[in-house]
Design a protein around this ligand. Sequence first.
Ligand code: ARG
Ligand code: ZN
Length: 856
Amino acid sequence: MSEPTKVYLKDYTPPVFAVKNIDLDIKLYDEYATVYAKTAYERKTAGQFVLFGRDLQLQSIAIDGQALDTADYAVDDETLSIHHTPDEFVLETVVKIVPQTNTTLEGLYQAGSGDELMFVTQCEAEGFRKITFFPDRPDVLTEYRTRLEAPKRFKTLLANGNLIDSGELDDDRHFAIWHDPTKKPSYLFACVIANLEVLSDTFTTMEGREVLLEVYATAHDIDKCHVGMQALKDSMKWDEENYGCAYDLDRYMIVATSQFNMGAMENKGLNIFNTSCVLSSPETATDERSFRVKSVIAHEYFHNWTGNRITCRDWFQLCLKEGFTVFRDQSFSGDFRSKAVQRIDDVALLRSAQFDEDSGSLAHPVRPESFVEINNFYTLTIYEKGAEIVRMMATLMGKEKFRQGTDEYFRRYDGQAVTVEDFLSALASADERASLFLPWYRQPGTPVVSGDFVVNGDTVTVNLAQKTRHVAGYDAPIALPIPVDTAIFDGKSGKLLAQKMLLLTQDAQSFEFEGINLDADSRPVVSVLRNFSAPVKLEFDYTNEDLAFLVAHETEGFNRWQALQTLINRWLAGQTDDASFILSSLKPAVSKLRESDPMLAARLFDLPSQKELGMAYEENYDPAKVKARRDELVQIIADGLADVVGDWYQALPLVAYEDTPDARGRRLLRNILLDIALTAKIAQADTWAYEQYQQAGCMSERFGVLSAIINHDLPRKAEFVADFYDRFADEELVIDSWFSVQAASGKTSVADIAALMQREDYDWNTPNRVRTTLGALSAKPVQLWSEEGLQLYLSAIERLDKSNPQVAARMLGGFARWYTLEEKARTIAKQYLSQLQQVVSSKNVLEVLGNMLKDK
Ligand code: ARG
Ligand code: ZN
């Protein structure tokens, strides 16, 4: 096997030719499509003329109207080179492509079927080269004019920008011509050929321009686009108010497709969305998914400034647009619900998935130095840790200075393709401490911050130290700037006495709080890393009493939740067998919050996932042992609440649907309480479950209880599972959750999951469907690491490697820490992963497997 080629950040060179403009003409036929491209090039530096192109059949090629001879150029699997060109010229090419058989969901591809058949594009990162020959790299920006031609049964013809002409043609065909006045990189190109309905609205920008807003979906789904439309309007307003960023084109379109590799894509003026991230209605989407729709719509909209108007110089800078945009969408979401709960969600994802990535064989810096396949780097590290770095700078700088810095960023770099250094230098113009953060982009691994405090008279000294593991292949880690938001409370009165944003920049440092005046016989309680002010693992020397105090008195919602999580983690890690601290903190806190903040009350029941708990092991990891301990705590908590849980559940009757944070909190809390009542074996709980299912007024109520019925294997389970399927048989996304809720249950065996995957409605070409079972299996380590689990999962990867390498590689992420398993399981895992390496061929999967097995 030849080593796949790696590209390095250090090898970056600017483009040899600039593109003045491009005219595309895409003609769709029943079995193929042709793409005519007329592109004006202008030399910028010395070097060869080379374009990228993959899976293209070249039909004709001409320079300035003169057809080229085959001796004038060379085509291989990846490129087209022309040996001699003028310094300025117009290239015309015609290529044939076959979107009908393109299962990679990259480039132009077919999605859906029957009346819902459609053709859409996904060009980020390097999909445009599967449409035509082009310098397909983000630092080549140009103006696009796109003509689309297709049979009239595809009434929807969309591309970026403004519609400038359309009309009928012979043979039942028609066309549309679009022009995008903004210069953009090719990864933001998009077109859609489909038969869709549209929901329209308008938005007037702060500059007084009216923008047409359109959400396109199939006739069957168009009634589920209102949540998305509202989210779009909210996002547009929010970006004006918080960043001074207004929308720039006359039209903003969103198109929903059922086959999509990721969540959504920010193509200029024409976003393309996975249906799961845009469709929502109370009857078909849980609150969780509906909220996700809102945040993904915001994310893609925010890219218009952070990504599109200012883009990345090269793909190593991916975090420049993704990290900042995730930070922006998280801030937006926090403005539409409790900020603490938003932070809890974001941190929970970071800790359960990004820390996992950063602690295993796929660890990489937020700005990688090399890659084989860029699609493998759309990772939690680049997105979520990238967002955390921006957040740290924003936290440290404060609202005003941060805004000053981002204003400067937009002012300086609008219309350009830039780097992380450019971003930091703009922020540093407002607060020079921003420039300290570059090492965060370069150094992989999660820092561990440890600490304690000492009291001396009225001075409290907080001691902090940091350490980051040395990841093989990188320089020895250095100390990073770590903002640690710290508060001191009076342990008796509960009063907040002091608060400071400490900045740890050395390996170890001490910080003094003077003038701490305590009540008589009181003690100070220190709370550190409030609101999770840095993406680190914290080992602070809290006593259990301090933690219990913080659950009751911490005024900052995140750390209040965290204090309980720390107590829970200590028990799960076996540091104590006394669960009384957990119960005696949890019970009064929930009792107090269940009326005033039901969402936060519900979140107090959070337990780290099995997978997250596995991260504590560098060797001898036994998933069964971890699961048993976790199950035990679930039972202890349920038994400890048995006397109140029934009353609490019944105090939350089903009421008419409302989409408010409070109503969502009540729905979530109700489902959790029901689950606890079932675990505690409360006599009436089965009946409550059946009744809630039958009386449910929305998907959150119905799905939450279906999940409890399945997880507890209630006697009438089969009946409800069948009912749910029948009710929603026409709703693909609901059927996805029907698959996943069964696959995820602890009562479902690997063989049961295999049976789900044998069903006729398990469609291997729809990533959403594939993710239902494989996603659930990877969240169940005991099953995943069993021989049948590995067999099932990895044979699915083998199959996807051929049809959709991007998805195949992504789905392998959960195996990155295989080497930490105890001996026997480790040997088996290694054997399966090595076998897989022999039979796969995509560079996506090979790169991931190579990294996983290297030196192990
Ligand atoms: N830029 C998109 C987003 O974050 C993600 C698309 C990436 N797609 C891919 N196939 N790599 O919203
Ligand atoms: Zn993004």
